[in-house]
Design a protein around this ligand. Structure first.
Ligand code: MN
Length: 217
């Protein structure tokens, strides 16, 4: 095989890997989601482009603080994904505002489809993510107003407001629909539940302890 053929083969592989690992590149100016369509595709069906209007690319409300007082974690996430802005369909990005009450947390979770870039707007927030097995290394930092931190796709991460006052952050995510798996809810609050025998061995505790935690979710 000539050198250039090897190079072409390598480039083809690199291209396809990128295309399958992240959301595909748009093939048109936009594909505003037609939320009324019953057709199932990867993503959402495009609305007729002649009927697209400014409001398809618009959301208002991130100036408003989420209610953190009535949540068990003391935090609230206001998402701005394709569910809020149909024009995000096929574009591979979304946004969220996160409000924290005093000492509020965002519990350990991960996004199956997105990396996250996190900007502190107000307050002091402890952040961290954990690398995959077997190291499970915690990479953490204390952030202040104006600081930015990144959580790589699929890795477990969390935040905690280190203060007596409210904190606010904005996150950008590399998917129109990042998805979220909150570990405590997925493990102890699945429907139907994961058997107590599995969880007791997995967490090295007795079944009563498992039942006690399950009852909270
Ligand atoms: Mn997150």
């Amino acid at each position: 095989m000539a050198k250039c053929e090897i190079l072409v083969a390598f480039m083809a592989l690199a291209c396809c890997y990128t295309a399958t690992a992240f959301e595909p590149k748009p093939l048109q100016d936009f594909c505003v989601a037609d939320t009324n369509s019953a057709v199932k595709v990867n993503g959402l069906v495009c609305k007729n482009p002649t009927q697209v209007e400014a409001n398809d690319f618009f959301f208002s409300g991130l100036h408003m603080a989420g209610n953190t007082a009535s949540t068990p974690t003391g935090s609230t996430v206001t998402p701005v994904t394709v569910a809020q802005i149909p024009g995000l369909n096929t574009l591979g990005l979304s946004l969220a505002r996160i409000d924290y009450g005093p000492w509020g947390i965002i519990p350990p979770h991960y996004h199956p489809r997105a990396s996250e870039i996190f900007l502190v707007i107000e307050g002091t927030i402890e952040v961290g993510f954990v690398t995959s097995n077997p190291e499970n290394r915690l990479i953490s930092k204390i952030l202040n107003k104006g600081d930015v931190f990144v959580y790589p796709v699929g890795l477990l991460h969390f935040q905690r407001n280190l203060g007596k006052t409210n904190a606010v952050a904005i996150s950008g995510l590399s998917s129109q629909s990042p998805g979220v798996v909150t570990v405590a809810n997925a493990v102890f609050g699945s429907n139907p539940d994961i058997g107590g025998a599995v969880l007791a061995k997995a967490f090295q505790v007795d079944i009563n302890t498992v039942s006690q935690i399950q009852s909270k979710f």
